[in-house]
Design a protein around this ligand. Structure first.
Ligand code: 2BA
Length: 149
């Protein structure tokens, strides 16, 4: 079998794998946790990006973070859902790459992140690249390469 060093796949641009911003479920930093939880439940996703009205990326919000934030000492306090904003609970630690970055960079980030956010050179959010899209492409590429050897 060929050595991975010989393959060009790692240098491929990432934009063909990107889910564009308009198809990415997201919430705003000043939305309530109640709204964020509704979006998360309706979309079916575990975590989604937090974007402002200019499509600038602020962080990520997950179902687990929201549930953790309404845990009281002795009971769950659902009233906090209406009184707390997304930016008080979201994490700003996330994986983000530039739209000119390579497949290799996206793949390396996706080891620890189910999705990687993509920004352009002006810092605008362009979309996300999911681990499953990268793995599906890599899987197809490896099968094709094996057939040729
Ligand atoms: P999770 O929500 O934890 O989803 C893990 C995997 O479960 C997804 O992997 C997908 O294979 C499946 N899945 C979950 N919800 C789904 C749904 N509503 N429709 C179809 N499949 C669903 P990936 O597709 O690799 O996505 C990785 C992560 O990227 C997701 O993690 C989610 O956090 C985020 N994500 C994916 N597509 C998104 C979108 N359109 N908007 C916002 N976030 C998205």
């Amino acid at each position: 079998m060929q050595k991975l060093d010989d393959w060009n796949i790692l240098d491929n641009k990432i934009t063909p794998f990107m889910i564009p911003a308009e198809k990415v479920a997201h919430v705003h930093p000043d939305n309530t946790l109640e709204h964020a939880l509704l979006v998360l439940i309706k979309s079916g996703y575990t975590a989604i990006p937090v974007l402002d009205t200019s499509f600038k990326l602020h962080g990520l919000i997950s179902k687990a973070q929201i549930l953790d934030s309404i845990l009281g000492l002795e009971r769950i306090e659902p009233e906090r859902l209406q009184n707390t904003k997304v930016d008080g609970v979201m994490t700003s630690s996330l994986a983000c790459i530039n739209d000119s970055d390579t497949f290799e960079r996206a793949l390396s980030y996706s080891i620890n992140h189910p999705f990687v956010c993509v920004e352009n050179s002006d810092g605008e959010f362009m979309g996300i690249i999911t681990r499953s899209k990268l793995l599906a492409y890599l899987n197809g590429y490896l099968h094709e390469s094996r057939k040729k050897t």
